[in-house]
Design a binder for this molecule. Sequence first.
Ligand code: ATP
Ligand code: MG
Length: 339
Amino acid sequence: MPKAIGDTILQVEDLQTELSTKMGVLRAVDGVSFSVRQGETLGIVGESGSGKSMTALSILGVLPRPAGSIVGGRVVFNGQDLRTLSEPQMRRVRGGSISMVLQDPQTSLNPVYTIGSQVTEAIALHRDVPRRSLIGRAVAVLRQVRVAAPDQRVKDYPHQMSGGMKQRVVGAIAISCDPHLLIADEPTTALDVTIQSQYLRLLRDIQEETRLSIIFITHDFGIVANMCDRVAVMYAGRLVESGPVRSIFNVPKHPYTQALLKSVPAMDRPVDRLYSIPGQPPVLWDLPPGCRFVARCPVAEPRCTTRYPPAFPVADGTDGGHVASCWKLEDPAWNTPNS
Ligand SMILES: Nc1ncnc2c1ncn2[C@@H]1O[C@H](COP(=O)(O)OP(=O)(O)OP(=O)(O)O)[C@@H](O)[C@H]1O
Ligand SMILES: [Mg+2]
């Protein structure tokens, strides 16, 4: 059954986020735009340091302080520009209508409090639930994330749980306030594959029940294929290609996306050695004037070194808003369906 996808709930427009560092002021997110609709999962992929987490932290307004600040663009959530909200208003949004799951459950749970008190705290902060009902509600959300014997587990401390179980608790905290949008930043990196796939299935089930929108940040194209409706590919602070998951996999047009996909091992073709993209991304304090991928690009031309390419629509036979920022797309031969 196709997923029910509704109206746009998050619109990120030309987001620019700077970080002040020893090397000077860096633009970690540089003109990023995308949108997420109700019930939709957007995957954000890209190599380490491409700005994925900074994009997520910018949406939530929790950039590292005092180094980080948003210097341009808009983050419109449910019709409201989050950049215009005061800190107390933003606090209500965070963990309320937008919640976030981080990479490492160890750092998201406090070792000195019981699971029950950590889940109830999140609920008490955002929902008007009478004190005596809090623990019952905590047990219910733990049951929702398939924690066995939740009425017993609420008395446990994090160290008494396995990694997979802790990740479920973090998930429970994230969904305890019925968010509209969940931002999951590499939430499964610390899990083994079986637990990982159970966790992903759980997220999908919850999404089906609640029509939650999800932004899934990952390195793993397998997860993207499994979870996402749309994909946004980031490189050195910019979004270089985005579109429906199927067209990104079938007709990737940016040489960077093509290289990323080439580095995914496939079951159905023999590999002598795993492909990895030669070279390194540019450092943010010394960016080339043109395309940022130019030094590693197998098809770069002189024009790529001088001007940054605009986002060209990809002719892939669908009308799914597939775009890529690569000069090559000006050439009809490069930009034909299924080539
Ligand atoms: N606290 C910080 N202070 C200064 N610079 C930072 C800080 N955190 C990240 N950066 C820099 O900001 C840029 C974007 O980092 P970001 O964490 O968004 O990358 P990422 O795509 O999430 O990478 P990863 O896949 O490794 O999580 C990088 O150049 C990084 O070095
Ligand atoms: Mg990150």
